[in-house]
Design a protein around this ligand. Structure first.
Ligand SMILES: Cc1cc2nc3c(=O)[nH]c(=O)nc-3n(C[C@H](O)[C@H](O)[C@H](O)COP(=O)(O)O)c2cc1C
Length: 359
């Protein structure tokens, strides 16, 4: 079977090229996941590091799915996925939260040790009789090979350094990372695992490029921050719409986690966010204590706390400059998929003409 055939077999309602929303902690919840699925994409809701609300969120998704025509292969499986940040979650709690409504996929990211994912994979396959597919997000060739060999995932998400939010502090962009992962997996006899690209992709051109690299589809986080279904403060969303030139206006840094008191990320991870006064003051040598005091003060300013002169965290990827408008998740999925197909057919046309000329 072709790799696209494999993707369609495991998630029958999806349309290719596959558009996926990233499971963004606190932001991507049931409404986003179901809207993306409804548009023929794959929708994830984020459990992140806290599964306290997961059971309730899955119930919400179940209710929302009942009003749509998403065709899963199994009526007892919810046609959406759940994203975990593995270092912060107890496997037993996660399993318990998913007993009532089995999701079509789980997404693993950032375990304390890569080997921890072996148990996560086998226990979730056992709970769901292998009806829950295993997606794993990795950011290096070495991790891709390690998880492919030990977990045999159904899908690998290849996250490049342009990604918004957390990712590896040291990593390559998706343009070089994805084809190298594809080649090395092929050489290891693991070439049938579908690859999905992530990091800096916000529209049809980037999606078409990722298909050329060997991906079956793309994950977008930053693009969906400007969706109607995002559970996001207006000040944060406005910041995403305002920001241009993402290479200059965002950076990978640990400062935002430090100021928010978030600890526990394995040391090789940090987060890409929009630069603001918190970042600049830290660069100038301001003490963390004073910076945190100002951060906490900014939290009382509501939407005014974000922005170039603000201090609050706005995690976003370097593709942020291409995000100009808030749209529904359904419109985003349909537009990106259509534009990618358009780009590819224009390229196909150009290359056919060129071949004809070259004779
Ligand atoms: C605001 C935000 C929150 C994120 N939260 C998570 C998360 O909870 N779990 C996770 O696996 N990835 C998370 N990510 C990373 C995404 O999985 C994905 O790799 C990234 O969004 C892709 O890059 P892009 O933002 O340029 O589209 C987050 C990204 C953003 C922008």
């Amino acid at each position: 079977m072709s790799i696209s055939g494999i993707m369609n077999a495991i998630h029958p309602w999806i349309r290719l090229p596959l558009i996926v929303n990233a499971p963004m902690r606190l932001i991507a919840l049931a409404p986003m996941a179901v809207a993306v699925a409804h548009a023929g994409g794959f929708g994830f809701l984020a459990a992140g590091t806290d599964v306290g609300d997961l059971k309730a969120e899955l119930r919400k998704a179940k209710d929302l799915v009942q009003n749509t025509f998403i065709k899963g292969s199994d009526p007892d499986v919810l046609p959406i996925g759940v994203g975990f940040i593995n270092w912060g979650v107890e496997l037993s709690t996660a399993l318990n939260a998913m007993k009532e409504h089995i999701p079509a996929a789980v997404w693993f990211f950032a375990p304390k040790r890569t080997e921890d994912l072996i148990e996560w994979t086998s226990e979730i396959r056992r709970l769901s009789n292998a009806r829950t597919k295993i997606w794993i997000q990795i950011g290096t060739v070495a991790d891709a090979v390690r998880v492919a060999q030990t977990c045999n995932p159904d899908v690998l998400v290849v996250q490049g350094a342009d990604a918004g939010g957390h990712g590896l502090a040291q990593g390559a962009g998706v343009v070089s990372l994805l084809p190298e992962v594809a080649d090395v997996l092929e050489e290891a006899g693991l070439g049938s695992i579908p690859l999905i690209a992530a990091g800096g992709i916000v529209e049809g051109r980037g999606t078409a490029a990722c298909l050329a690299l060997g991906a079956q589809g793309v994950v977008m986080g930053t693009r969906f921050l400007a969706s109607k279904e995002a559970n996001i403060a207006k000040g944060y969303q406005d910041d995403v719409l305002r920001t241009t030139d993402g290479g200059l206006s965002t950076a990978r840094t640990g400062i935002y986690d430090t100021l928010r008191g978030i600890t526990g990320w394995p040391s090789r991870y940090n987060g890409r966010g929009i630069l603001n006064q918190s970042f600049w003051d830290a660069q100038k040598g301001q003490s963390t204590e004073e910076n945190r005091r100002l951060y906490n003060e900014a939290m009382h300013k509501g939407d005014q706390g974000w922005g170039e002169n603000g201090r609050l965290t706005a995690y976003a990827g370097s593709g942020v400059g291409l995000v100009k408008e808030v749209k529904s998740a359904q419109d985003i999925v349909e537009e990106v998929r259509r534009d990618a197909i358009d780009v590819l057919s224009k390229l196909f046309h150009t290359s056919s003409k060129l071949q004809y000329k070259l004779g």
